[in-house]
Design a protein around this ligand. Sequence first.
Ligand SMILES: Nc1ncnc2c1[nH]c(=O)n2[C@H]1C[C@H](O)[C@@H](COP(=O)(O)OP(=O)(O)OP(=O)(O)O)O1
Length: 172
Amino acid sequence: MTKASSVNWQTWQAEMPATLMFVVRDGKVLLIEKLRGIGKGKVNGPGGKIDPGETPLECVVRECQEELHITPKNPLKMGELWFAMSDIPDIHCHVFMATDYDGVETATEEAVPMWTAIDEVPYERMWEDDAHWLPQMLAGQMFNGRFEFTGEKIDWLEMHFGDAAAAEWKHV
Ligand SMILES: Nc1ncnc2c1[nH]c(=O)n2[C@H]1C[C@H](O)[C@@H](COP(=O)(O)OP(=O)(O)OP(=O)(O)O)O1
């Protein structure tokens, strides 16, 4: 991106803390088709808004239980995403991965599970930012990313990968 960001990221604060989970096993990733909420109709990982008093880890486990009836084992935080949005609240999203879970993935009124080969992730059905960090995360890299959106289109972005990126997270 050549234009400068119009956001002061030093003072920026999100109105909505949220989480995402990507379970990866046998060369496949467990995605969902989202049936309601922000991003309804898109493909994403399970996740959602952090409730007051809840940690990101507690939230991502609860959201997996609610949306897919699974409990991820040993979730590992991989990234933070900071979304400055034009028409919905700004979002601070904590992204986790896991390699196993208890339970059987089940369609609910919130989500339909989709096991997808890692080289067949349908980026064209996902949020535009996902293509900028999900491939690297699935390859094992930690990250942070800042995005400015107008509607559902990215106007500006900045990504960092590796241990230095994790050191910049606002919440461990
Ligand atoms: N731009 C982008 N890329 C990737 N993922 C997301 C975004 N924006 C987002 O909001 N998200 C993710 C972050 C969250 O996991 C969800 C949004 O939360 P939502 O599903 O609305 O929260 P719930 O608590 O599940 O909502 P209810 O429907 O239960 O009220 O999308």
